[in-house]
Design a protein around this ligand. Structure first.
Ligand code: GMT
Length: 397
């Protein structure tokens, strides 16, 4: 931080298993380690946020399930909590991950506070907040408004930047700041993990996801079913949600001996270091943190050419990209890597170099810090202008 004063940063995200919540948690941890005070504001403590770190605090939002409401409201209590934390600790920045409803709540919180106490609002778009909800007539205009009113907006890929411009008609400046991953040392060895999973001499394919609809688990299983039986392999699924809805399909395809599922795993590095090939069949990914996680352990992935995935991994150099939905091509790509361990190692080594060079905490976190300092500086000059010119106050945020 070299001389610059530490910042007080509020972070709001979905605390459950999901890429945006994981990224927000990792960012908070990294910022605290760099000397900033970080305040998480959400309905639950994000599951990856450690409880024992100085400068990392969690502020729960309490929801009042008022009898009149058919649908309990989260946005208003969240905005009130954001404003209260901002007032109490003097937040410089409120960084919200996933626009709905966090960006709207942050704008409201900022507007509730007097000039001089207002945190600067940074909104990071992660994916379906643009690609799905942005297209929903019940959400789109509110998202566009919250983006226009934010002090800064970021997207996790160039793909998502283009989508945001196109879907929401947003013309304001947007910074692309890619996701990052900083692996922790595994607790168990590769050999122990492979023995425990019963991998033997075969290949370990790894799929990590929250199993939501865009992940297309149907295509994942169909791909595995098309891998020819002479190949010895297992597919290990690290599931961020219940696997029960997919068991029937596993049985229908006769994959009971091939598929191993672990739900709600926290020691993800243990599995990443044991894997040979990542396998993904999503119909949409603005980034795909799971591919990056595997790259960090020298594990190349086979994945579809959709969304921001080609920004993360380069086909033929750090992994293999195939047309979306082409289960035959996907299965053949997996087979080609299973049959050629030397090529797998070359791709994996290049994947690790790319991950460390472009998507490490040391590359990405300073970009957020610079953005925070920029909006804080801009905001101070704006507040001074408003204080010196009360008429401007009426039309200013
Ligand atoms: O946008 C979503 O669907 C949810 C979000 C999440 O919380 O898992 O996923 C998105 O954000 C991740 C982190 O930035 C990205 O790695 C995922 O690609 C992205 N998902 C989609 O775009 C479908």
């Amino acid at each position: 931080m070299a001389g610059a004063r530490p910042l007080k940063i509020g972070i709001t995200c979905y605390p459950s298993v999901g890429g945006s919540g994981i990224m927000a948690s990792e960012l908070g941890e990294e910022l605290a380690a760099r000397g900033h005070d970080v305040h998480f504001i959400s309905y639950e403590r994000p599951f990856r946020v450690p409880t024992d770190r100085p400068r990392l605090k969690f502020h729960p939002v309490v929801i009042n399930d008022y009898g009149l409401f058919k649908y309990p409201d989260y946005t208003l209590p969240l905005s009130v909590k954001m404003a209260a934390v901002a007032r109490e600790v003097g937040l410089d920045v409120l960084h919200v991950h996933y626009a709905v409803p966090h960006a709207t709540a942050a704008i409201l919180a900022r507007d509730m506070l007097p000039v001089g106490q207002r945190p600067r609002v940074v909104t990071t778009l992660h994916g379906t907040d643009t690609t799905l909800l942005g297209r929903d007539v019940g959400y789109g205009p509110a998202i566009a408004h919250a983006l226009a009113q934010s002090d800064a907006v970021t997207t996790v890929s160039h793909y998502l930047l283009d989508e945001t411009r196109q879907v929401l008609g947003v013309t304001r400046p947007i910074d692309v700041i890619h996701n990052f991953f900083e692996p922790r040392p595994p607790k168990r060895s590769r050999a122990v993990m492979r023995r425990e999973l019963g991998i033997g001499r075969g290949a370990m394919l790894l799929h990590v996801s929250n199993l939501r609809a865009p992940k297309r688990i149907d295509l994942l299983l169909e791909t595995v079913a098309r891998i020819r039986p002479q190949h010895a392999f297992k597919l290990v699924v690290l599931a961020g949600a219940s696997w029960a809805p997919f068991e029937k399909e596993v049985r229908r395809l006769g994959l009971e001996e091939r598929v191993i599922v672990r739900e709600r795993v926290t020691d993800i590095e243990d599995y990443l270091q044991a894997a040979d090939i990542g396998l993904f069949t999503s119909e949409m990914e603005s980034f795909c943190v799971s591919i990056l996680e595997a790259m960090n352990f020298g594990c190349p992935s086979v994945a579809p050419t959709v969304g921001g995935i080609p920004e993360v991994t380069v086909s033929g150099r750090t992994g293999m990209l195939v047309p979306f939905g082409d289960v035959e091509a996907t299965a053949r790509a997996v087979e080609s890597l299973m049959e050629n361990p030397a090529r797998r190692r070359v791709l994996g080594a290049a994947a690790k170099i790319r991950a460390r060079k472009l998507f490490s905490a040391d590359t990405i976190v300073p970009r957020y810090e610079a953005l925070y300092r920029r909006v804080v500086e801009d905001g101070i000059s704006r507040d001074r202008a408003i204080e010196g010119n009360p008429i401007a106050c009426a039309s200013s945020t």
